[in-house]
Design a protein around this ligand. Structure first.
Ligand code: NAD
Length: 370
């Protein structure tokens, strides 16, 4: 029996609770069939929390998140809260969680399942079998750097400016995440910056090189300029295993990589923070998509991004790669049966509701587990 894992589920708004209900079914299956015990608690976040408490995240729920082994997050937001004051908007719930948990490494895999290979805008032979991971630094760089602002020079010229700044410790901690992930995957890291034209890029490259030599010489490291990386992602994406980069380039490159897979409803993510003395790393797992108010309440949402976020939790918080592989295999089987939610519908396939897709994953799990 695997020891208890404390998971906090924050389903949120719109399709968040709908997709999370399917994740909970998968968790129940694991508990029953694989003797994997979870201690699951829930809480309100986003608009749902605002309605109950006048804030998108209560201090109690934040404390629960900080104490949990991992947080599973759905989605927040919706048009009914458009007029709410900025500090109380649903989206502030997730922003505060990321900030207070100091989640500095954002992991976005781009994984192409064989049955969905035609959903990519790229040629099938370019994306078939694609499995790469982008590690984006999330709490530093130009989105937070000072000075920033808009001012007027003595000659009356107006200008706007931001500052790209990375301290050595910020580079080191996110690159450690990337190297350690690579060791569990293909053992290759591409570190991406613009060392040719940016001082901070040159500094990033020097720091990564030193860290690699000191602690990760067993991992293959290559440096790549960000513009070349964008080109290589659409030219030959299978050359990559783990890409690590700063906040700005990561923002662009992870969206680019996401589209290689073809669908928002299939994209999971993880955000990781520091490890405590016992080796427990703060972690929050969430589908990349939002609350999809246009389809909420209709049973149309694709639950697979949320289920795949849960498999990332198994892999990266609980070291349960076998269970993660099993569930990802079941997702592949469900898709291979021809079932499709509306977002991934293709000619000749069978339409499936959120629950029917969950049923198919559970059925495939039963078959795979014998
Ligand atoms: P969205 O991701 O919610 O939806 C974009 C489009 O994709 C919609 O047409 C939607 O129906 C579709 N879609 C998304 N997920 C799907 C799924 N699982 N299955 C099938 N179709 C799916 O983005 P948006 O419309 O820009 O934002 C809606 C709300 O969500 C806003 O309030 C926004 O602020 C919020 N949002 C929240 C998060 C988050 O909680 N982390 C992220 C993005 C957006």
């Amino acid at each position: 029996m695997t020891s208890n894992k404390r998971i906090l589920i924050l389903a949120g708004d719109g399709i968040g609770p709908e997709v999370m209900a399917q994740v909970e079914r998968v968790m129940e299956w694991l508990a029953a069939r694989r003797a994997f015990s979870f201690e699951v608690s829930g809480g309100l976040v986003g608009g749902a929390c605002y309605e109950a408490h006048g804030t998108p995240l209560t201090d109690e729920t934040l404390a629960d998140a900080l104490a949990a082994d991992a947080v599973l997050f759905g989605a927040v937001g919706g048009p009914q809260w458009d007029d709410v004051a900025r500090h109380a908007r649903p989206e502030m719930g997730i922003l505060r969680l990321r900030k207070e948990m100091d989640l500095y490494a954002n992991l976005r895999p781009a994984l192409v399942f064989d049955p969905l290979v035609a959903a990519s805008t790229l040629k099938e032979d370019v994306v078939r079998g694609l499995d790469l991971m982008i590690v984006r630094e999330l709490t530093g760089g130009i989105y937070f750097g000072e000075p920033r602002g808009v001012d007027t020079l003595a000659d009356g010229t107006r200008r706007g400016f931001d500052t790209e700044v990375y301290s050595a410790f910020e580079i080191e901690r996110v690159c450690r995440v990337a190297f350690e992930l690579a060791r569990r995957r293909g053992n290759r890291v591409h570190s991406v910056e613009k060392a040719n034209v940016m001082e901070s890029g040159k500094f990033w490259r020097d720091e990564v090189t030193a860290l690699h030599a000191a602690d990760y010489a067993d991992v293959e490291l290559q440096h790549m300029y960000a513009d070349n990386c964008a080109m290589q992602l659409v030219r030959q994406p299978r050359q990559f295993d783990v890409i690590v980069t700063g906040n700005l380039f990561g923002d662009l490159l992870s969206d680019c990589a996401a589209m290689l897979t073809g669908s928002l409803g299939m994209l999971p993510s993880a955000s990781l923070g520091a490890s405590d003395a016992g080796g427990r790393r703060k972690a929050l797992y969430e589908p990349v998509h939002g609350s999809a108010p246009d389809i909420a309440g209709q049973g149309l949402a694709n639950p697979l991004a949320a289920i795949l976020s849960f498999t990332m939790m198994l892999r990266y918080s609980f070291d349960a790669a076998d269970d993660a592989d099993l569930i990802e295999g079941a997702v592949q089987d469900a898709l291979a049966q021809g079932l499709r939610t509306a977002d991934i519908m293709q000619d000749g396939m069978t339409g499936a509701s959120t629950e029917a897709m969950g049923d198919a994953v559970l059925g495939a799990l039963d078959r795979r587990a014998g």
